[in-house]
Design a protein. Sequence first.
Length: 431
Amino acid sequence: MSGTASAPDVDVIIIGAGAAGMMCALTAAQRGRSVVLLDHAKKLAEKIRISGGGRCNFTNLNSKPENYLSQNPHFCRSALARFTPQHFIAMLDKHGIGYHEKTLGQLFCNDGSEALIAMLKSECDTAGVRWCMQCEVLNIEQLNSPPDEAISHSAKLPTTAARSPVISQTGEKAGGSISSHFTLTTSRGQFRTYSLVIATGGLSIPKIGATPFGYQVAQQFDIPVTKLKPGLVPLSFHPLDWQPYSELAGISVDALVSYGKQSFRENLLFTHRGLSGPAILQISSYWEQHQPLHVNLLPDHDMQGLFAQHRGSRMLLSNFLAQYLPRRLADVWCGQMAENKPLNQYSEKALNGFAAKLLDWQITPTGTLGYNKAEVTCGGVDTHWLSSKTMQVNNVPGLYFIGEVVDVTGQLGGFNFQWAWASAYAAGQAV
Ligand SMILES: Cc1cc2nc3c(=O)[nH]c(=O)nc-3n(C[C@H](O)[C@H](O)[C@H](O)COP(=O)(O)OP(=O)(O)OC[C@H]3O[C@@H](n4cnc5c(N)ncnc54)[C@H](O)[C@@H]3O)c2cc1C
């Protein structure tokens, strides 16, 4: 794999052996392309391994463009239409891997995510993909001229190993018949390739190998990256504000959580530092700093009507609420919102006020628990610069971005893996 030869060693190099990288590698290799899949980590696909509590929620049967956040909401449409959950399920069936639907179209592996990783690896191996693990990319150089002449255009490679890539573009702007190719200098030698696919994912969970590499590559090629923020992440509150609720840690309620036009009816979990659970993870991807969230703690109840029915009752407010909410939550809520008196000692106006607060509890988180706890990174490589059919950068022939590094972020429930598979398949068909 040395770089002294003038012709590329390999048709396709994919950086990032995660969900998208492996799917792209096996798709391209099955089409007869020579493929090298390169990753800096020791183990491949760490995120698949830990996903879905170790069982990997690998797709969602109801995947639609509406399940994705992006500055360019229609971008994902084409790729999702051409590689559907059924295509992925067909691969599982071929390998005899069992799965089940948990809820809302979410499919999980019966026997853990290792089976899915083994399936993708085996498909890659059978198709002849070559692996290059524990490999750091130090420099990427694009040469927009015929391969035989390209070497004379190349910039001098850095002599010291830098962790972030030094990327240079030499030669004239590609287009027409001029072919583009790339030279990669890595900790394991030099590679030359016609197609370079960036599948290095987002920033979440750095301790298992997440890096900003993909965004750096985009920036070096003058491709904009949209605003990045942790998504599908627990929310935190100021410790003093949260102090009364911190004792509720571990309590979960079925709630309707809203921000702007988005609402999610799922479980909400109290934690020592704030709120988590599926409803909160979902809304966190939409939530913007300093803005309030609206929480309906009793979405199935007409609280105003119930209070009206029991206005004459001597039952304590907390005991009344404990019929509908967990007892500890009812106690704390009463302590925060009202004196805990018998219902018949409140005015109708006061009871209506309690009902309104239960149905629209407004809370303003101070922040999120950040990339260490986030399942995804919202934002990414600006899709206006990519082909929605192939994921190729419009003005850099041969360069592709796939998976989470792209500004397409799925909601909770298997949508992120479905995007990884679909965008990878689109690129794998084109490289
Ligand atoms: C705890 C957790 C649970 C999740 N559960 C689910 C779930 O159940 N369902 C779902 O749909 N989504 C889930 N997700 C999200 C999902 O894992 C990601 O969206 C998906 O893995 C993205 O795939 P990807 O291939 O783009 O990136 P990744 O899977 O993150 O792969 C990126 C690869 O690039 C490598 N890499 C990074 N930087 C470099 C570099 N500088 N040089 C070389 N290699 C590099 C990494 O080592 C990694 O192997 C979960 C995420 C987390 C963190």
